[in-house]
Each structure stands twice: as C-alpha cells, then as structure tokens.
Design a protein around this ligand. Structure first.
Ligand code: GLN
Length: 484
C-alpha cells in the first residue's frame, strides 16, 4: 500500500525510513511532502531562513539510487532533516540569524553534517533561531521571529525556535539544534516536541559556530525519544577535528528500549518546586512523577541549594566566552563590513555596531566587563567556582539517583513581544535548563501535557555524563506510557 502526502509528514523519522526501505514511499516523495508543507506554512511560521529545494530534490534522487543499490544503508537513510543556521553547511548559507553573517557561505561542512550525509539523510534547509543562539524566544533573529505552531501569537521558544516549530508543524521530521543553556530543550517544550541535549563532548562541535564553547552542544529535536536516539547514534562519537570531543564515548544504540523502570530511582530537587513555577507546569511535573512511578520507578526529593547560583554563573560564563568568540566579527575577515567607515577603527566599530543586534551587543559588553582587569576575580572566577559546585552537587545526586526530574521552564510559551523588554526576567526563565550545561550532563525535554491556554508543557529528565542510553530508554518508556 502506498502512502499519501499527509501520512508521510505524520510519520516519525524511524517510521519514514522503514517505509522507504520497504519501498512504500520513495525518497523524492518524502522530500516533496515536506517541501509542500514548507511552501504552505513557512511564510507564516518563519521556521526556515533558507530552503534548499533544488539541492534536496537532486539529493533525494541520488540517495534513492544509493538505497536501491545497497550502497546507502543507514537506519535513517532517505529521511529529510532541517539544520539550525549556526551549523556550517558547505555551499549553503549559514547566517546565525545575524545581519553580520547574512551572506556567509561556509566553505566546509560541520562534522555532524558529514555524518548525516553519510547516513543518507537529506537537508531541507537552514532554520531560524535567536541571533548567534542568544535568546529564549526566537525574537532576536535578524530575520524576524518564529511563530509557535500551536498558537502563532506565541513564541516558539529559543534559541532553536525554527527547529522546534518545524518539527511541531511537520515542516521537518527531525532537526539539529544547539544547546548552550537550554536552546534545544526549551523550544521543544514550548512547541510540544522532544529535545535532547547530549553530554558535553559526546558530539563534535566542529563547524558549530561558537557561542560559549565550554557549554555549547549540538542537540536534536524530534517527534519522540526513539527518533532522537537514532539520530544521536549518527552524530555522536569521536572526531579528531574537535579536541574536546570524547575519544572514549560510544553510544550503545541497541541498549535503548522502552522498558519497565522498576528499580530506577528518580530525584526531584525541592528547590525545583519553589522557583516561581506556574501552577500548570507544577501540576504537570507532579503528574509526570506519578507516571514514572506507574512505570516502576521510585521518586524521592532532595536539596539542591546550589541551584541559586545557576543563572548568574551561566550568564557570566556564557557572556565571557561569547565576547571572546564573537571578536572575530570585525569586518575584516568575513561578515558585514560597514560602508560608512573612513578609518580602520571606524571599520571595526561600525561593522560590529551595524552587523550585530542589541542582545548580542549587550552580551559582548557584559562579557568584556566580567573579564576585564579588576572585575575578573569578582565575576568570572566566582562563576567558574559556582560551575564546579553545581557539577559536584549533580555528581553527588547521581550517587543516589539514576535520573533527576525537573520542569523545563517556569512557564509555557510567552506571547510574542512581551519578553525582550525585560532581559533579566528572560534570563531567569533559563533556571532549569542551564544546570545541565554547567554540569556537562545529558538532558531530555519531553512533552507531558498542556496548560489552561492549550499551550504545551514539557518536563526535563537528566542523567549522569554519558548516560544517554539509559536516559533515552527511560524517556521512550515515558513517551509510550503517554500514548496509552
Ligand atoms: N536562553 C539561553 C541564552 O540566551 C540559552 C541559549 C542557548 O542555549 N543557546 O543564553
């Protein structure tokens, strides 16, 4: 039996690749189904900055013949994918949603792109995001904000706003994002899809345009945890082009299965319930804890007083690293160069002032300040100490628990236009997600319900470093239970 276009975009990535293998669908049909949806819905939702229509169609034919001849046999062969626009793609624009890189075409592929190509996946296009991945609502993009497909008046979250909205609205079956402080998990939660932030160093960052190098990880947004596990298997693993990428870690995909969680211990920090949680998010967290109990896990509460350091430590470290990483955009080597400049100094200053948006400039200034002589000890050094305290606190908690359960955000997706005026409030809403980046641990955000306005609510499950196989098994079990 052949499938209709609608059926195609309803399938998970694994279902789609199975249907392609069984010749129920051709790769071109799969790509066309998504290109049609993009054409219909992208003008309103604004998920994609660049759509690679022609490239995707010619690649579809190439992949199909590879599958037919047995040359391409990846588990996700033939599956279309969309890429956040801060991951370098050779010959395709990579803008970081910034005027600075509006016309930048990377001369090389990120390692993850080489790996998805080798798997036989097909790139549909590049996804909208907060400028240079700085933001929580998608509204700092130079290309305009992404709309939440559940309610277009609301934000799709950020910074991987396009990735979450594209998967939720069926403009891509799966997507790659990046997560420095929650940018995969938070938008996934706002849009009702699944987001995985891997262990720091599990996935190569080669070709990911840096925001804060000690926190950045490429992550996955998918329709469910099984899809995320399949793509994680493709992109993770050692890479000699990224010295921080672990040489030892090898993901055991075959051990991921939705099984009974009896004997598993889940911890919830008491502090998670006291940080200005909205009633709907709190209720969903407690209901999710019960759902884990019915799957056989035990729930326990513990103290995590270090949580109060998380947001300040994160913003000091992230801004410090950003100020250094973004120093390369000076109008000389690549990116925007001011036409108005008459002297060398003016070229640096004007190019940066014209090319970078308000939020990015705010963070560069903050970062330069905390690294400057006289303030380095008071801010940067303290933040690094706080990062170590948080890492230790999590290590200690994982001596007692297999997983830690938390909200993803204090509230559901905000109405567009209401957040940028109050950056401090926006920063504080990252409290639950930044801890996993500071501690370098894997975390997944799972859809679990809705609030009174019909907006999706997510929960976050965290595991110890390199615990992705266990984490995704528990997440898949939770997802299956939700389907019942
Ligand atoms: N909202 C956070 C920030 O603006 C997280 C961003 C991210 O993970 N890229 O820094």
């Amino acid at each position: 039996m052949r499938c209709g276009m609608n059926d195609i975009t309803k399938m998970t990535a694994l279902e789609l690749s199975a249907a392609i293998r069984q010749k129920k669908i051709s790769v071109t049909e799969a790509v066309n189904a998504y290109l049609d949806n993009i054409e219909k819905l992208n003008p309103e939702l604004n998920c994609y900055i660049t759509v690679c229509r022609d490239e995707a169609l010619s690649r579809a034919a190439e992949v199909q013949s590879g599958i037919d001849s047995g040359r391409i046999c990846g588990r996700l062969a033939g599956v279309p994918i969309a890429i956040k626009d801060n991951i370098c793609t050779k010959g395709i624009k990579t803008t970081c949603a910034s005027k600075m890189l509006e016309n930048f075409v990377a001369p090389y592929n990120a390692t993850v792109i080489d790996r998805i190509n080798a798997e036989g996946m097909i790139i549909l296009g590049k996804l909208n995001m907060d400028e240079f991945a700085m933001g929580s609502t998608g509204e700092t993009s130079y290309f305009g904000s992404v709309k939440n497909p559940v309610n277009p008046e609301r934000s799709a979250g950020g910074s991987s706003s396009g990735a979450a909205a594209a998967v939720a609205a069926e403009l891509a079956p799966i997507a790659l994002g990046s997560d420095t402080g929650g940018s995969v998990r938070q938008p996934a939660s706002y849009c009702g899809v699944t987001g995985l932030k891997p262990t720091y160093s599990a996935v190569s960052r080669y070709g990911l345009i840096a925001y804060a190098s000690s926190l950045d990880q490429i992550g996955i947004i998918g329709k469910n945890s099984a899809d995320c596990a399949a793509l994680f298997d493709v992109i993770s693993g050692a890479d000699e082009r990224d010295m921080t990428c672990s040489k030892e870690f090898a993901f055991d995909y075959n051990s991921v299965r939705a099984e009974n969680l009896s004997g598993k211990r889940i911890g919830i920090a008491n502090e998670f319930l006291n940080v200005g949680l909205s009633p709907a998010v709190k209720q969903n967290l407690l209901d999710s804890a019960k759902r884990f109990e019915t799957l056989g896990a035990s729930i326990d509460y513990f103290d995590l007083p270090e949580l109060k350091y998380a947001v300040p430590a994160y913003y000091v470290i992230a801004c410090a690293e950003a100020s250094s990483n973004l120093a390369r955009y000076d109008g000389v080597r690549f990116g925007h160069r001011s036409e108005a400049a008459k002297t060398l100094d003016e070229m640096f200053v004007f190019s940066r002032s014209e090319g970078l948006g308000d939020e990015v400039r705010r963070r560069i200034m903050l970062g330069s300040f905390v690294l400057s002589q006289g303030y380095y000890d008071a801010y940067y050094k303290k933040a690094v100490t706080a990062k170590q305290l948080i890492t230790k606190a999590f290590e200690k908690a994982f001596e007692r628990y297999d997983f830690i359960l938390s909200p993803v955000t204090p509230d559901t997706a905000p109405v567009l236009g209401e957040s940028l005026g109050n950056p401090l409030k926006m920063y504080l809403s990252d409290i639950y997600t930044v801890t996993a980046n500071l501690a370098g641990i894997p975390a997944v955000s799972l859809p679990c319900g809705y609030d009174g306005n019909g907006m999706p609510v997510g929960i976050q499950l965290m595991a110890k470093r390199f615990g992705e196989a266990e984490l995704l098994s528990a997440a898949t079990a939770f997802g299956k239970e939700a389907d019942l």
